[in-house]
Design a protein around this ligand. Structure first.
Ligand code: C2E
Ligand code: CA
Ligand code: CA
Length: 540
């Protein structure tokens, strides 16, 4: 409360300082004049007191005020001040004019001196508070800020993931120009926003704003436009994080930036444009709850497998089944695999999960075999499984419990595995292949690997990702890419499977293109064991 009062008093004085300086100077001059008038002797020596308001005027309001103040003071202490107060005898004019000119000169000089002192101060603070290259404010500036408390503020961290590459490819100047475009764009919408360059690839913002959604929309628009510079276009891999405070405390600024940093880092890691700290906290909590229940869910029937048939396009009959995991949570209901697998992958539970999946799938394949249905089964293997050398023997141990032929088991691996750690992946895949398992590259085309690159790995099947399948009818370029991929893959000896077929037109086109097999909602959605068995019995 007390602090607020002091702050508002300072702010009031800052706004009206000219007026109050004039009042104070006028008061001091009048006081001095009255003192002089009431002295009976030697009153002129008190004219020196006039220098106080004169210097005050000159140094605070500038040299013109100093000069005028000097003249006024000179007249009060000269023309309007008798030499003899009793007789009223005036001063000799040369005396008071000389004194007045001295006073005017002091007023003028103090104005000039204070102006150059201000210039030096401005220059110093410029150097101290700005990044020398981008001209954006730096951390020192943030420390010097004293923002109003008890207001709603947003802090935002913008991370430029590929800052070094931009600098290498486009040069420093382009990068700074990009930062300035963001700075200018934001200041046009939010004139009071504070923008700070915290690190070469990290920008902090702080703005008084309640509407988070509006700020996010503005940020997206500015970032969308900022990468187009007059002479080049930048590719910027950015992400931002937002933290909002209803009851902002200036002393907690850095804490708020830690929150927006965390959110931005998470967004960047997941290749999404932005994330709020609240979402991050909710996600982490959700993830934590899932992980703590995961092991139990794996054994109490909440987690189970569904199967989706893979159709041979020549015969139109199912030739394999892809096993897909499901988690039906009593409270959270159906949890999608992409909601829990990434979290599980960060723990050693991913090995237990895959081994359990493997066991369930082989058991189901055995059940099918008893019905004289020989069906290949396809299992998704996580990147983390492959990178652990102890995984292979454990898998074989599970496999040996059943009488399934290895070539009826297909392991699906995404291409990113082979891109990130090619040596270790190659070693592990060769062990799998030597054992007799078939290997499929899942989601092909989503990453950046080429068929030529994949040729070094022991691969049997290429599964073209469903983002291509969904566009094949409407986009001639996608059609050409898929056709070329099928042709080349077949020449290299791979079988080609297309995922995500949802209609007969796509299925027909893929058949014409020479694709070997297909999978998708058009044929069948993933279903539970009994339903699939029923379907297979009827489609022998
Ligand atoms: P994926 O391996 O690419 O699996 C195919 C996904 O596409 C499945 O989603 C499937 O339900 C869905 N799908 C199939 N046909 C169509 C279609 O015509 N249209 C559309 N829009 N989608 C279709 P699901 O079951 O949600 O699985 C998502 C991902 O989770 C899988 O992608 C896979 O990467 C992972 N996953 C699922 N089960 C397992 C598992 O047992 N182990 C591991 N490591 N990952 C798994
Ligand atoms: Ca798959
Ligand atoms: Ca896939």
């Amino acid at each position: 409360m007390e602090q607020n009062k002091t702050r508002s008093f300072i702010q009031y004085f800052r706004r009206r300082y000219k007026f109050w300086t004039l009042i104070l100077a006028a008061f001091l001059m009048c006081l001095d004049y009255l003192i002089m008038l009431n002295l009976t002797h030697n009153q002129l020596s008190f004219s020196h007191m006039m220098y106080i308001p004169i210097v005050l005027l000159g140094s605070i309001l500038g040299s013109v005020y100093g000069l005028v103040g000097g003249i006024v003071a000179g007249l009060l202490a000269g023309y309007f001040m008798p030499y003899n107060l009793l007789t009223g005898e005036p001063q000799y004019w040369v005396d008071w004019v000389f004194r007045m000119s001295m006073m005017a000169t002091v007023g003028l000089i103090s104005g000039l001196l204070s102006r150059s002192a201000k210039k030096v101060r401005d220059h110093m603070s410029n150097v101290l508070f700005h990044d020398p290259n981008s001209r954006l404010h730096n951390i020192n500036y943030l420390r010097s800020l004293n923002l109003e408390v008890s207001q709603s503020y947003l802090t935002c961290t913008l991370f430029l993931g590929n800052q070094e590459t931009i600098v290498d490819v486009n040069g420093y100047e382009s990068y700074y120009m990009y930062l300035n475009m963001i700075d200018d764009g934001l200041k046009k919408i939010y004139p009071k926003i504070e923008i700070i360059l915290a690190a070469p690839n990290q920008v902090w913002m702080i703005v008084q704003q309640e509407n988070k959604e509006q700020f996010i929309a503005d940020m997206l628009q500015i970032l969308f436009a900022a990468n187009i510079l007059p002479d080049c276009e930048l590719f910027v891999d950015y992400a931002f994080g937002i933290s909002s405070q209803k009851h902002f405390k200036d002393s907690d600024k850095t804490k708020y930036f830690i929150q927006s940093d965390l959110a931005a880092r998470e967004a960047l890691a997941h290749h999404i444009t932005y994330m709020t700290y609240i979402d991050l906290k909710t996600n982490k909590q959700f993830e934590y709850e899932l992980l703590s229940e995961f092991t139990r869910a794996l054994s109490n029937g909440q987690i189970y497998m569904v199967y989706q048939p893979i159709i041979d396009l020549k015969t139109s009959k199912a030739k394999a089944l892809e096993a897909l995991i499901r988690w039906e949570h009593p409270i959270k209901k159906m949890i999608r695999p992409d909601q829990f697998i990434p979290a599980v992958e960060n723990t050693s539970m991913i090995h237990d999960m895959t081994l359990q999946v493997f066991d369930w799938v082989l058991k189901y394949a055995t059940r099918l075999l008893k019905e004289k249905i020989i069906m290949k089964v396809s299992i998704n293997i996580s990147t983390k499984n492959l990178y652990d050398e102890r995984f292979f023997p454990k898998m074989i141990e599970v496999f040996n419990k059943y009488q399934i032929k290895p070539h009826n088991v297909e392991l699906e691996i995404t291409e990113t595995v082979l891109m990130d750690k090619p040596e270790i992946s190659k070693r592990v895949l060769e062990r799998f292949a030597t054992f007799g398992f078939r290997i499929a590259i899942d989601d092909f085309g989503k990453g950046y690997s080429s068929l030529a690159y994949l040729a070094q790995f022991p691969i049997n099947v290429i599964k073209i990702d469903r983002i291509f399948t969904s566009k094949i009818l409407i986009n001639p370029a996608t059609q050409a890419i898929v056709k070329a991929t099928i042709d080349l893959a077949k020449q290299l000896g791979y079988e080609v499977l297309t995922e995500g077929v949802e209609d007969i037109e796509t299925a027909d086109m893929l058949t014409r293109m020479g694709c070997n097999s297909a999978q998708g909602y058009f044929y069948m959605r993933p279903r539970r064991e009994d339903d699939i068995l029923e379907y297979l019995r009827n489609n022998r």
